[in-house]
Design a protein around this ligand. Structure first.
Ligand code: GLN
Length: 272
């Protein structure tokens, strides 16, 4: 086992991959599991994975899953890789809804992708139920599978749709990590992101704010009085997004920073 891990680490190192020791460990742990010595099937999986990694595919895409909030999420072509930065939204939900932790809250996740925001929230709010919506049918299928994988299938529903089109209900908590990269900045993103995350999940239109305009139009009619909306934003978008939401009649309650010190989550309340 350790000889194989060393050989993989060396190949990764030669390819200029910085975290080669860590990556070799993850590849062997995830793809060879307990097979020691490594059996033929595991060895074929490792060879295939190493070739994909050396060809430039990001580690978690090769593994096919990524951890978020201590849970494991399956990835697919139509889903963004969950990012640690987005955990800031779950932290904000726990702070702002602390007093309602055991209520049967209704939660909506717009642009659910892997379902990571909704599923992590349902794990933290044991009586809550929720709906995740995504434009991508592939994402909807992946999110449903992730709800089952993480034990919340009975409390989570998913559907394909364009933001809240066709949804009449109001919710206690609306979460969204919408596409927020300005179209002309996509070309400048890190290659791992640009070539492997779906552009539908990244592209926020000319000024990066297109999705927030749609959210500003949709949120007031989909929040219960006393409800909260928690939105992820990109670098430098706080003032513009707060202005859009306030014009739409929401109240800005809080901005929360991620571990890198960037303002990442904006919390809004229904003005009631
Ligand atoms: N909600 C998902 C996430 O946070 C997907 C977001 C997206 O595709 N923009 O990862």
């Amino acid at each position: 086992m350790s000889a194989v891990r060393k050989a993989i680490a060396l190949a990764l190192k030669r390819a200029g991959i910085g975290d080669f020791t860590f990556e070799a460990r993850i590849l062997v742990e995830d793809l060879a599991g307990d097979s020691d010595p490594i059996d033929e099937a595991a060895s074929a999986r490792l060879n295939d994975a190493l070739a994909r990694r050396l060809a430039g595919e990001p580690l978690w895409r090769v593994i096919g899953a990524r951890e978020f909030w201590g849970l494991t999420f399956t990835l697919s072509q139509g889903t963004l890789e969950p990012r640690p930065d987005s955990e800031t939204l779950i932290e904000a939900a726990l702070i702002h809804l602390a007093a309602r932790r055991h209520e049967p809250l209704r939660v909506l996740d717009l642009g659910t992708g892997t379902g990571c925001l909704l599923i992590a929230t349902l794990r933290e709010f044991p009586q809550a139920t929720g709906l995740g919506i995504d434009l991508s049918a592939d994402a909807v299928a992946t999110a449903s599978a992730n709800a089952a994988r993480n034990g919340v299938a009975e409390r989570a529903a998913f559907r394909q749709g364009d933001w809240t089109d066709g949804v009449e209900e109001r919710f206690d908590l609306v979460l969204s990590n919408p596409p927020y990269i300005a179209s002309d900045e996509i070309a400048e993103l890190d290659r791992n992101v640009r070539e492997h995350d779906p552009h539908l999940a990244l592209d926020g239109g000319l000024d990066g704010l297109t999705a927030y305009r749609a959210l500003a139009a949709a949120l007031p009619g989909h929040l219960n009085s006393g409800g909260h909306a928690i939105l992820e934003i990109g670098a430098g978008q706080e003032a513009a997004v707060v202005a859009l939401m306030e014009q739409a009649g929401l109240r800005h309650l809080h901005s929360r920073r991620d571990l890198g010190g960037h303002i990442r989550a904006l919390v809004f309340g229904h003005r009631s």
